[in-house]
Write a protein that binds this ligand. Sequence first.
Ligand code: R5P
Length: 304
Amino acid sequence: MITMDKLIVIGPSSQLLGMRTVNKTGLDFVQTEYKTFPDGECYIRIKIDDESVIAGKEIIVIQTLGASNRADQNQRLLELIMMISSLKRMKAKKIRVFVPYLAYGRQDKAFRPGESLIAHVICHMIENAGADEFYTVDIHADHVLETFKIPAFNLNPMQLLAEYVKSKDLQNPVVVSPDKGAVQRSKSFAWFFGRDVPVEVFSKERDVITGDIKMTGKLNVKNMDVIIADDIISTGGTMASAIKIAKKSGARRVYAIGTHPLLIQDAITQIIDAGADEIVGTDTINNPFAQVTMASLLAEAILK
Ligand code: R5P
């Protein structure tokens, strides 16, 4: 029975994080019914018997855009758009959209002539479908959120990730930034380990055509516990290269942290083979390395 004036809709891609968030907030929730038609089109409906339970309510939708065996990120996006538009049609008072992992966030610039700024287009799609507020976690490029006219927020997972890693009894921690663009991010992450925790950086270049990366530099990490934090671990190429340099430079233990642990192809073996002691991720993506839950981050934003 739905009695509250706020209601969480748990999208098919965020069932675990969705339920954890429900438990943290104590709010009512509904699930969805979904399938893929034989021709490939997707179907989704909010699992309610009576549309009047939506009218006049503040609705919180949680749907990450990470791929699974059942659905890729494109299908996840379409499911999200369909959910928002049906809530709009049913006259929700306010639709607050939580997309813990925003897929396509790395396509935020035209790196080569003829490319699409799809990250921005997705923001337009979400807004045009009827969203009143947008939230994501650790977006790849902050400026993408400026596309929205509605309020849009980037939730910061760093304190929660740092608390987890700190429980590992670190000795001489040092944070390594996987590329120059991530230095500011790494500096704020290091702060959670202590004011004097250093940040080491090396340079990474990615070939925009092949996607191959080249890392250079030397790190001052001898006998130290190295924490390498990136927003996304996808193929694991960036992380594995960074770990190899850290190990070569005499690191004691290495923690490979990715807010969004997509871990596609042979990423896991690559990273462990490079010398990582642990891969740590969050539940913005469903996989066994999602040890750190973002539920309290979402709950805090929802209850604000
Ligand atoms: C790139 O700028 C991102 O922050 C990550 O470093 C990148 O997406 C990781 O990709 P991969 O795991 O495929 O190297």
